[in-house]
Ligand binder design. Structure first.
Ligand code: NAP
Length: 338
């Protein structure tokens, strides 16, 4: 049943928006009409909303998105109104949601109920900002390690961008999934120092990783490399892998790709595997839902620690800038009410 007071057609809200592609300065905080829930959706009064590297890519035009675009792939708050056909949610309940259609960096977001998790039961104690920081990153880390990467106990995992949102989650999850050795890679000693607190056996630079893997595996190579970085480094990942090792590609922060030939897996005894959150939502929605719930449970139980830096909504461009210039560690979350 729709809460009519919450679907006032004259209600206004603040939302992050960009009307052209470009640097962080194209982001502004706009005043727009509050959305109502479509059938199958609910709306959320957002308290905290995460900032993801994917939004940096959307903003700079690396992916085709319609303009104006309203960023925001995850949000935490309370149910505002429930659309037709949605059962099991009540206005006022605390919820966390993947808002993969965008719009999460706003005071109100409309989202399909299938991507909304109630923060009750064992999730009741979850801090709102931490939950917002966990939604995309921890779910992705779990999906890359398991469904894409098929991590097995005793294996060696290498995580590129080790100090980032996904990277810090991936190291902790790899540990809890039984990896024997987890090696991180970062672009600076300060980031390496930061990342070491997240369960890595060692964290080294991109120049040092080949030697580090050789030393730690007796020359055998790593079983799984998590590559969200792309660029020229992507070509060298095969050289880090053991026989039948997996190169898991799930991002392209460098905005520069490489080409692999079809014969590459045959010649190298390796696999190239991929993971895309939006793709999983479309093709394996139950799996995504399961990973989303597991991810939040890991955080609630403390198996995965998410380091959030909370900034007011108006500082969204600053958060983008830090992510884009490789100056960020952990996760930036917007306090939408500030
Ligand atoms: N496939 C999916 O469904 C999915 C879902 C979520 C995230 N992702 C991807 O996973 C990655 C991590 O996401 P996140 O939000 O947690 O970001 P993040 O890791 O906190 O930040 C991105 C990191 O990428 C590294 N990087 C390497 N080359 C870069 C370059 N040329 N420019 C900027 N950064 C560069 C940087 O770490 P160093 O400086 O240490 O190298 C940077 O800190 C992103 O690439 C994102 O697109 C994919």
């Amino acid at each position: 049943m729709t809460n009519t007071s919450a679907t006032d057609p004259t209600a206004r809200m603040r939302t992050v928006r960009f009307e052209s592609f470009g640097g962080p300065s194209v982001l502004d905080v706009a005043d727009v009409a509050v959305p109502g829930p479509q059938p199958g959706q609910l709306t959320i009064d957002v308290e905290y909303a995460g900032v993801n590297f994917a939004e940096v890519m959307f903003r700079r035009g690396q992916f085709p998105v319609d303009l104006p675009h309203f960023p925001g792939l995850e949000a935490v708050g309370t149910v505002r109104a429930v659309g037709d056909g949605v059962t099991g949610f009540t206005p006022g309940e605390r919820v966390a949601a993947l808002t993969l259609g965008g719009g999460g960096n706003a005071e109100v977001v409309a989202v399909g109920a299938e991507h909304v998790v109630r923060l009750d039961g064992e999730l009741a104690g979850l801090d709102g900002a931490v939950a917002a920081g966990a939604l995309c990153n921890v779910t992705t880390a779990l999906g890359v390690l398991t469904s894409a990467g098929h991590l097995a106990a005793g294996e060696t995992v290498v995580v590129l961008a080790a100090a980032g949102g996904v990277g810090t989650a991936a190291a902790q999850l790899a540990r809890s999934l039984g990896a024997a050795t987890v090696i991180g890679v970062t672009s600076s000693p300060a980031k390496a120092e930061y990342a070491r607190a997240y369960g890595y056996d060692s964290v080294v630079s991109y120049d040092e990783i080949e030697q580090e893997v050789a030393d730690r595996t007796g020359g055998a190579g790593a079983d799984l490399v998590l590559d969200s970085v792309g660029g020229a480094f992507r070509s060298s990942v095969t050289g880090l892998l053991a026989a039948f090792g997996r190169h898991a590609v799930f991002g392209n922060a460098a905005a520069e790709d490489v080409t692999f030939e079809g014969n590459h897996p045959w010649y190298t005894n390796t696999s190239l595997v991929g993971y895309n959150l939006g793709g999983v939502a479309g093709r394996a929605p139950e799996l995504l839902r399961a990973h989303l719930e597991q991810a939040l449970t890991h955080v609630a139980k403390g198996t995965v620690r998410v380091d959030v830096k909370v900034v007011p909504l108006k500082d969204v461009a600053h958060a983008h800038e830090l992510l884009e210039t490789r100056a960020s560690t952990g996760k930036y979350v917007l306090d939408v009410r500030a």
